[in-house]
Design a protein around this ligand. Structure first.
Ligand SMILES: C[S@@+](CC[C@H](N)C(=O)[O-])C[C@H]1O[C@@H](n2cnc3c(N)ncnc32)[C@H](O)[C@@H]1O
Length: 232
């Protein structure tokens, strides 16, 4: 079993505490190492990995510290983004506490992959806000908000996915063709309310290859959380 990064230092009032979904991403990447080894086999150029919504940084730190086990190479570049600046600081701290053989470029306060040039990301990982909600929180602090209101907004950013819980994830999927490089691959978590069957059918219809790489929380024979590998 690969070591899990320590995130005890994070403040759960302002940053997402690692939960079942976070650990499912770690397990899925571990079990998909065979694919990653052959997909990014040297002597190809070092892959650039982007984690969207880093939160505590547990996933980025896990990737960073286990690059050789996951990719069969240590020359991996890693970048994160989160709309929550406190989460970005927590990510940087988690990475600083992690013995990291890969090059961590930083965690940017940003909306999804907005700061990046097109076609530079070789692997994208996203554990999104996926719970169906009537609306999405603002990406920025409201002027004059109380501490309680600001913490409520940051909490909502971690889970509120709007219609079908898909409003944030849908934006990522619609931008995949621009964000990913030719060899790019995405790992995206979907929950049952996101209608993963329809989502995957739509992606396949656009020419993407999709394979379920991980799943958890079986209820009545149906998996509650699924992680899909999406690539060209
Ligand atoms: C379910 S949490 C996942 C956190 C962490 N990756 C993990 O697995 O434990 C979702 C994260 O996405 C971030 N987020 C929500 N909307 C975002 C957006 N539009 N752009 C960037 N990050 C966003 C939240 O702030 C939160 O940190």
């Amino acid at each position: 079993m690969l070591p899990t990064p320590d995130t005890d230092h994070i403040d759960p009032n302002t940053t997402y505490s690692p939960a079942e979904d976070s650990y499912l991403v770690l397990d899925t990447l571990t079990s998909d190492a065979g694919f990653l080894h052959s997909h990014f086999a040297p002597p190809s150029s070092p892959p650039l990995i982007l984690e969207l919504g880093t939160g505590s940084g547990i996933i980025s730190a896990f990737i960073s510290t286990n690059t050789t086990a996951l990719f069969g190479r240590a020359d991996v570049h890693l970048l994160g983004t989160d709309a929550n600046s406190i989460a970005c600081a927590a990510t940087a701290q988690t990475l600083s506490l992690t013995p990291a053989p890969s090059h961590f470029l930083g965690a940017l306060v940003a909306d999804l992959a907005a700061p990046l040039r097109d076609h530079v990301v070789d692997m994208l990982v996203f554990n999104p806000p996926y719970v169906p909600t009537p609306e999405l929180p603002s990406l920025r602090a409201e002027h004059g908000a109380t501490e309680f209101e600001e913490e409520s907004r940051l909490l909502a950013l971690t889970y509120a996915g709007g219609e079908d819980g898909m409003e944030v994830t849908r934006r990522v999927l619609m931008g995949l063709g621009s964000v990913l490089s030719q060899r790019g691959v995405a790992y995206i978590l979907l929950c049952r309310s996101n209608r993963p069957g329809e989502v995957v059918e739509g992606l396949r219809g656009q020419g993407w290859r999709c394979e379920k790489a991980g799943g958890s929380g079986r209820r009545g024979g149906i998996e509650r959380l699924e992680i899909w590998r999406i690539w060209r």
